[in-house]
Design a protein. Structure first.
Length: 176
């Protein structure tokens, strides 16, 4: 999280949007929208299972470093749920099999790729929005992304507090 700031968030958004545009153009409309569906499903499922996973990790090891665990667990859950969609697309390669009539194929593919890139950015932003130092490192990104995530139905979108929470200190050993 040390390298993340608003400028990196902007660069990440632009790179994922451009990658989505290229993917939608090169892979075709069917692949682009399959990716959107797979990313959306992974986005929602990762949000649903993230808190129980972190709670179980914390119960197993109370000394776990939550600062690095929060973004890492969300990112790993997201990509673990996205992998089946990527494998399906890689095996089926539907661009060669399905053609839409008329000139709608390219604009729909580009738009689908753009939506896929935007959802990838939102998933990355959600992985970092739960981080304790988000308010000082990425205030602009947090202010933009948090309402969007809430409108999309995501539950784990960080606290509304504007202060940086202090990490709890372990209890002092009792002297006997």
């Amino acid at each position: 999280m040390k390298f993340m700031n608003d400028w990196i968030g902007l660069a990440l958004f632009l790179s994922l949007a451009c990658a989505g545009l290229v993917a939608g153009r090169r892979l075709g409309v069917i692949v682009a929208w399959w990716l959107v569906g797979g990313i959306w499903l992974a986005f929602r499922l990762a949000d649903a299972v993230w808190k129980p996973v972190v709670t179980d990790l914390r119960a197993g090891d109370p000394t776990i470093d939550l600062v690095s665990t929060i973004p890492l667990t969300y990112g790993l859950l997201f990509f673990a749920m996205l992998i089946p969609t990527l494998i399906l697309v890689g095996i089926l390669r539907p661009k060669d099999e399905f053609k839409l009539p008329g000139d709608i194929q390219i604009p729909l593919g580009v738009f689908g790729g753009l939506v896929a890139g935007g959802l990838m950015f939102l998933a990355g932003a959600q992985a970092h929005i739960m981080h304790p130092v988000i308010n000082e490192r990425m205030p602009f990104t947090r202010a933009l992304v948090r309402p969007i995530l809430g409108a999309l139905g995501q539950q784990n979108i960080g606290s509304t507090a504007t202060t940086v929470p202090v990490a709890p200190q372990p209890p002092a050993p009792a002297r006997q």
